[in-house]
Design a protein around this ligand. Structure first.
Ligand SMILES: *Cc1c(COP(=O)(O)O)cnc(C)c1O
Length: 387
């Protein structure tokens, strides 16, 4: 094999331009920088809800708080159980645990890395208050099977859509499923203000409760400190919202580019002996591609980490996959399932594999040229050959 001689000069992230610049000045010159007296957060919420086909959007401080607020509005309390995928970023389980609930990890599908609806069904008990699919790397989870499970069991879904801005399932936008959804605007996410988050609500009642709880339980027009519910301060500021309005306007064009690039890259990756890319599901018919993910089956965690280091040394923005949530100390600090980590690992074999074999590339690689998809594959092939 010839040595790689391509160009790994991918677009940088985050992207910004005059729209963000003028937005920030507009927020500044309002002279009022919190949402209660400004227009940026209100306007962003209306635009974001409309874009996702949701009745209401509430902007919040970050995606982790968005999940906490979502679960709180759904009535999750101490001692309840929330079913989460075992393979996800820790906020999915941590949000439930912060409310005193037990996060119950279940296994994911080895092809899509999304929660396995049959495993979720097996984990339902009389204490289960929510099932939280995570749309891994932008690939919408099997909402047909999960919707049926929810209808049959009476357990509501809450979408962790931190990777899924603009995603669709059989043409249905993530705001159109009749469930609450939580999103993140952290620096690496598909639209960003450095930090930030949003909750999509399907109805006015849950939105009103969400608004109260995200603002110390205080009604919008209150002047006499009659806090109606418990809560916290999860309010987003006006500067962030002005940037997010500009970022939302960029999103569809960026998704279009990544939707063109991933089929090219995944085919090239699949041709490399020992590399298995994340599979798509044709029903997830708009995938914003938050990560370009693949596995190298047979690797231990140590060899995977060495491979990631090698990919970085060769110029790729590569990362190790998330650690399965039950394989962190954090998970066991809170009320946890009546099982040991080893017992959970035994019933989550796919999460175990992705945990140790999984690698992802930053989505800015998918904003590169088609030629660069070939360059990425050439680098991965060389690195894997040198394992
Ligand atoms: C990023 C992320 C979150 C949390 O979002 P923050 O804004 O970083 O708090 C939640 N869930 C998943 C799956 C994520 O990747």
């Amino acid at each position: 094999m010839t040595e790689f001689a391509g160009n790994l000069d991918f677009p940088s992230w985050p992207q910004y331009g005059d729209a963000e610049r003028t937005g920030l000045i507009r927020a500044l010159e309002q002279g009022q920088w919190w949402r209660m007296d400004g227009r940026e957060v209100d306007t962003f919420e209306a635009e974001f809800a409309d874009y996702h086909g949701s009745a209401h959007a509430l902007a919040v401080t970050n995606g982790t708080h968005a999940l906490e607020l979502a679960l709180e509005v759904m009535g999750v309390r101490g001692g309840d159980e929330v079913i989460v995928p075992a393979f996800t970023f820790i906020s999915s389980s941590q949000a439930a645990q912060r409310l005193g609930a037990v996060a119950v990890p279940v296994d994911v599908d080895l092809d899509t890395y999304n929660i396995d609806p049959a495993r979720a069904a097996q984990a339902i008990t009389e204490r289960t208050k929510a099932i939280m699919p995570v749309h891994m790397a932008g690939l919408v989870a099997d909402m047909d099977a999960l919707g049926k499970l929810s209808a049959d069991s009476g357990v509501p879904l809450v979408q962790d859509a931190a990777h899924a801005h603009g995603a669709r399932w059989r043409g249905t936008r993530i705001g159109e499923f009749g469930t609450i959804a939580a999103l993140s605007f952290q620096n690496g996410k598909l639209m960003t203000a450095g930090e930030g988050g949003a909750v999509l609500f399907p109805d006015a009642e849950s939105y009103e409760l969400g608004f109260l709880r995200h603002s110390c339980g205080r009604p919008r027009e209150d002047r006499t400190y009659r806090h109606r519910t418990s809560g916290s301060n999860f309010r987003l500021n006006e500067f962030s919202a002005s940037v997010l309005r500009a970022q939302l306007a960029r999103l569809d064009g960026q998704i279009d580019t990544r939707e063109e690039r991933w089929p090219v890259l995944s085919r090239l990756l699949a041709d490399i002996p020992g590399v298995v890319p994340q599979q798509v599901d044709d029903r997830a018919d708009r995938n914003p591609h938050y990560m370009a993910m693949f596995r190298v089956p047979g690797l231990t965690e140590e060899r995977r980490n060495a491979l990631v280091d090698d990919l970085i040394a060769r110029g790729l923005p590569a990362f190790a996959a998330f650690r399965a949530v039950y394989r962190t100390d954090a998970f066991w600090e809170h009320s946890s399932p009546d099982e040991t980590a080893e017992e959970i690992a035994l019933r989550c074999p796919n999460s175990e594999l992705i945990n140790s074999e999984g690698i992802w590339l930053h989505h800015r690689t998918l904003l590169g040229t088609e030629r660069q998809m070939h360059d990425i594959a050439a680098v991965v092939a060389e690195a894997v050959a040198h394992l």
